[in-house]
Design a protein around this ligand. Structure first.
Ligand code: OFO
Length: 178
């Protein structure tokens, strides 16, 4: 049976992941308003990534016989000064999530909960990728410094992002071995 302390920490992380989805949905709306469809596309897919993280935590709690508890989600910001400002926000937020996952792993370790600790390895790897992706876009934005030509070029590139098939399989219930 899962210990209360671990369960509470997992439920808190669900709230963090839901906030991530909320934050990126708000950013997507900001970029749609600017007619930067590539940035909006990247964030639309990112929202799905975050909801996938939510389901992963929920499924794990179900598997351990625990109860999922949803908390209130705080309101995300509505606008940013520039694409650079928004992606500084994405990168900072991903670093914050990495910290949350690391703290969660510490709690699981302290409580002697090896299953949770092992489950969290997927998220530890995922956060390396999440930080690297956000940082890659941020570095390009820092390079072009809000110059319209540069923003246009990055926007075209971000238009290419497609949803991970694993997420489609999860949404449609056709995933195996997760
Ligand atoms: Fe962006 O990785 Fe979850 O929150």
């Amino acid at each position: 049976m899962i210990k209360d302390k671990v369960l509470k920490a997992l439920n808190n992380q669900i709230n963090e992941e839901l906030y991530s989805a909320y934050l990126y949905a708000s950013m997507r709306a900001y970029f749609e308003k600017l007619n930067l469809k590539g940035f909006a596309n990247w964030l639309r897919i990112q929202v799905q990534e975050e909801l996938f993280h939510v389901r992963k935590f929920e499924n794990y709690i179900f598997e351990r016989g625990g109860e999922v508890e949803l908390y209130e989600i705080k309101k995300p910001p509505k606008s940013w000064k520039s694409p650079l400002d928004a992606f500084e926000g994405v990168y900072k937020h991903e670093c914050h999530i990495t910290e949350c996952i690391n703290k969660l792993a510490e709690i699981a370790e302290k409580e002697g909960d090896r299953s949770t600790r092992m489950f969290l390895d997927w998220f530890i790897n995922e956060q390396m990728e999440e930080e690297a992706n956000a940082d890659g876009i941020l570095q390009k934005l820092q390079m072009v410094k809000d110059a319209p030509g540069g923003i246009y070029w990055i926007d075209k590139e971000l238009e290419q992002r497609t949803i991970n098939p694993m997420i489609i399989a999860d949404i449609t219930g056709t995933a195996t071995g997760q």
